[in-house]
Design a protein around this ligand. Structure first.
Ligand code: ATP
Ligand code: MG
Length: 332
């Protein structure tokens, strides 16, 4: 019955769109999944406050942005105010010791990446957490993405299917030199913003008061509540949008000349600055304006990504069946 909520397309037929809705409804994060993450967050915040009295713990990423699956991890940001620029590694080392004494936490592991994180699991479950210190841009962009996710009914199924497709094709792992989920989401939003009849506007342009880059972090989660659904003239079905997305990156987008800017809802010309020079894929972080796709630094990985778009585009155009590019049954 839910299929009737989405636009249908006569030329493509309903099959592909229906398959996308079916996959979305089977995989999307459930209220109970979020409740479990939230319970853990509350407990952790209380335990952390025994050391850092005024610390605040925020749930971020796909758990909060409306684009999560049942299997998504929980991203956490610990905000330590006042304490001027604490060393994240130091704080994470202190937390690692604390977490080892907690009955509901196991397998803590400190990861010294550009943004260092403490990775751990809820004891006896497969729920995984990634906790960072003061990386507040992640809180801002989580609530920006959440506003996009709910601006049009088609966004959440569209992005979930693209994430599953990318994962299945092994191009969704920044630690292996391919695309992070965050990069993929921005790529989908960019495509939807730049259609002749856009499915999305620039929310940062239309609602600057909600997404001001220096907004007090406590009020950032209120942003999405003040953004109404976008009224688009584009009535494309989910199937048409998925095909269009693959085609856009397989043939239209100029990787060597363009920078994806969701902030401006357009492709910007690639200039010679350090951020974009010699980078295979350029996707601007909407608040900090750096390149979120810098993990793609090997030509072989870049070529694999482009080949995946081209191959899937060709197959889907021909077959018009989601199973031809993503085995739906195996994933549900
Ligand atoms: P998944 O469902 O696969 O876990 P996700 O939406 O949680 O997807 P990730 O790529 O794991 O996506 O990133 C988690 C969050 O971390 C993002 O939602 C974003 O808030 C933040 N983030 C990730 N990469 C960057 C980046 N390069 N710059 C700023 N924030 C980032
Ligand atoms: Mg995540």
């Amino acid at each position: 019955p839910n299929r009737r909520k989405y636009p249908v397309c006569m030329c493509l037929g309903p099959q592909l769109s229906d398959q996308m809705v079916e996959l979305f409804e089977a995989c999307q994060q459930q209220t109970s999944d979020l409740a479990r993450k939230e319970t853990c967050r509350t407990r952790l915040q209380k335990d952390i406050q025994s050391i850092y009295a005024v610390a605040r713990l925020y749930l971020t990423g796909s758990s909060m942005n409306g684009l999560g699956c049942r299997s998504s991890d929980a991203d956490l940001c610990l905000v330590l105010k006042g304490n001027n620029r604490p060393d994240p590694i130091h704080v994470l080392t202190v937390l690692q010791r604390l977490f080892k004494s907690l009955s509901y936490v196991e397998r803590t592991q400190l990861i010294r990446a550009k943004v260092p994180i403490l990775r751990f699991r809820e004891k006896g479950s497969d729920l995984e957490f990634d906790l960072n210190i003061n990386n507040t841009v992640g809180i801002r962009n989580t609530f920006l993405l959440r506003s996009y996710a709910y601006a049009d009914l088609r966004i959440r199924p569209m992005i979930l299917v693209v994430k599953k497709w990318a994962r299945h094709n092994q191009i969704n792992d920044a630690s292996k030199g391919t695309l992070s989920s965050y990069t993929l989401v921005l790529m989908v939003l960019h495509y939807l913003q730049t259609l002749k009849e856009p499915v999305l506007p620039s929310l940062q342009r239309d609602y600057p008061e909600c997404f001001y880059a220096f907004l007090d972090i406590d009020v950032v989660p209120e942003g999405p509540k003040r953004v109404p659904p976008y009224i688009s003239t584009n009535q494309s079905s989910l199937g048409e949008l998925l095909l269009g997305f693959l085609k856009y990156y397989a043939t239209d987008f100029r990787w060597d000349k363009q920078v994806i800017s969701v902030r401006e809802a357009k492709a910007l010309p690639k200039n010679n600055s350090k951020e974009w020079r010699n980078k295979y894929i350029c996707v601007e972080e909407p608040f900090e304006k750096n390149n979120v796709a810098r993990a793609v630094h090997e030509k072989i990985k870049f070529d694999a990504i482009k080949a995946t778009f081209a191959e899937s585009c060709r197959i889907l155009q021909d077959r018009k069946d989601l199973n031809s590019i993503l085995p739906v049954r195996a994933i549900i």
